[in-house]
Design a binder for this molecule. Structure first.
Ligand SMILES: *Cc1c(COP(=O)(O)O)cnc(C)c1O
Length: 397
């Protein structure tokens, strides 16, 4: 059997089958390219679901991580350490906010945002005890905890995981009037992805984010933007909300914040919101650890230059233009924002197309059913990007 076959057999025998990976076994990566155990190279058009916005093995991020590994990696929050203040203040500044609550994974940061909103609702807004309500959007993906999948409408994510946490109401994504109608005096927050990533890179109608902002401001409700996948340069701006010049009350960040090196997530907000926490009311053993803060600060400094956003914007125009030339007989719809695309293919499953792409040296991932999601690292060259899309065009032809 091939090395690939042996590795897959060993993994499948000892791992829970909660994923169905493409049959490739990777060993190395640099920039937008990865290599498998057989020595074959692939262009990575998934980039760890946007966790690898700066590509594999970025020299600056690696240097910072290596240096911090040798100095101090973990203290717990029982003590201060010398990376924490820099990370929190520079991240808050990048977001135009005042306070940061660091966690590790995206789901933990979403949970933190939910706790923050409920606490704010009871302590600041004056919602009666136990009544706090959060409005979410249909088709959402916010992570995998029991509370979070409890307000998902993806049957696979929900199956046999209940009973679920109450206090969530779902309205259709993109429907501002439905949102307005769902908000009442017990509503503490609206939680949405400004662009739904796992849903298939679903873009809201123009003006939707501005309408969400207005509805939240009028009703005295927190607007929580889950920018875990859409944020930090992916769409050609620092945040997807920037495309409508909208500032939410809370950003939820993750994925690319860890530079593809380790899980780093955070809730970023104003003092009157995140200030509701008192000692002992929330925490995480690993959240805000020195290694995470050092890498997170290096990521923030890259974004502060504006260069990743500029690249995503410029290459995003090339991306949109070449994707618009995909054979129309094989494609139902293409949605693009920056270096992020959802492509609905006709007559084939997304999985089938991604298996075909694998054989052509391109890694991509299906979202739902017949949708393929492409999220190249923002460091991809224009030539490689054009080549990757040409392989998709050939696969669909
Ligand atoms: C990936 C993702 C999450 C969950 O992040 P994890 O690190 O996998 O827990 C939450 N929200 C959005 C929008 C995501 O894309």
């Amino acid at each position: 059997m091939s090395i690939t076959g042996e590795e897959i057999e060993r993994a499948e025998a000892a791992l829970a089958h909660n994923y169905h990976p493409l049959p490739v076994v990777l060993t190395e990566g640099k920039g937008a390219w990865v290599t498998d155990v057989e020595g074959r190279r692939y262009l990575d058009l998934l980039a760890g679901y946007s966790a690898l916005n700066f590509g594999h093995g970025d020299d600056e991020l690696l240097a910072v991580a290596h240096a911090q590994l040798d100095r101090l990696t973990l203290t717990s929050r029982a003590f201060h350490h010398n990376q924490l203040g820099t990370f929190a203040s520079e991240l808050a500044e990048l977001c135009g906010m005042e306070m940061v609550l660091p966690m590790n994974t995206g789901a933990e940061a979403v949970e933190t945002a939910i706790k923050t909103a409920r606490k704010w609702g009871y302590r600041v807004k004056g919602v009666p005890a136990g009544r706090a309500k959060i409005v979410v959007a249909g088709g959402n993906f916010h992570g995998r905890t029991v509370t979070i999948v409890g307000f998902s409408d993806d049957p696979e994510a929900i199956a046999d995981h209940g009973p679920f946490t109450p206090g969530f109401v779902t309205v259709p994504f993109g429907d501002a009037e439905a949102l307005r109608a769902a908000v009442d005096e017990d509503t503490v927050a609206v939680l949405i992805e400004p662009i739904q990533g796992e849903g298939g890179v679903v873009l809201p109608p123009d003006g939707y984010l501005r309408a969400v902002r207005a509805i939240c401001s009028e009703a005295g409700v927190l607007f929580i933007a889950d920018e875990i996948q859409s944020g930090l340069g992916r769409t050609g701006r620092t945040f997807a909300c920037d495309h409508e010049d909208v500032v939410p009350d809370m950003y939820v960040l993750g994925k690319a914040l860890g530079g593809g090196i380790m899980p780093v997530s955070a809730v970023v907000s104003r003092r009157d919101v995140l200030g509701v926490f008192r000692p002992g009311e929330h925490g995480s053993t690993f959240g805000g650890n020195p290694l995470a803060c050092a890498v997170g600060t290096a990521v923030v400094r890259k974004l502060k230059t504006g260069e990743p956003q500029r690249r995503a914007d410029e290459l995003g125009r090339v991306f949109a233009s070449v994707l618009s030339e995909l054979p129309s007989s094989a494609v139902d719809a293409v949605r693009v924002r920056g270096l992020w695309a959802g492509i609905d293919v006709r007559g084939r499953t997304g999985r089938d197309v991604c298996e075909g792409l694998l054989g052509r040296g391109v890694l991509a991932k299906d979202a739902h059913g017949s949708t393929i999601r492409l999220a190249p690292p923002l460091v991809v060259s224009e030539e490689d990007l054009r080549w990757g899309v040409s392989q998709l065009a050939a696969e669909l032809a």
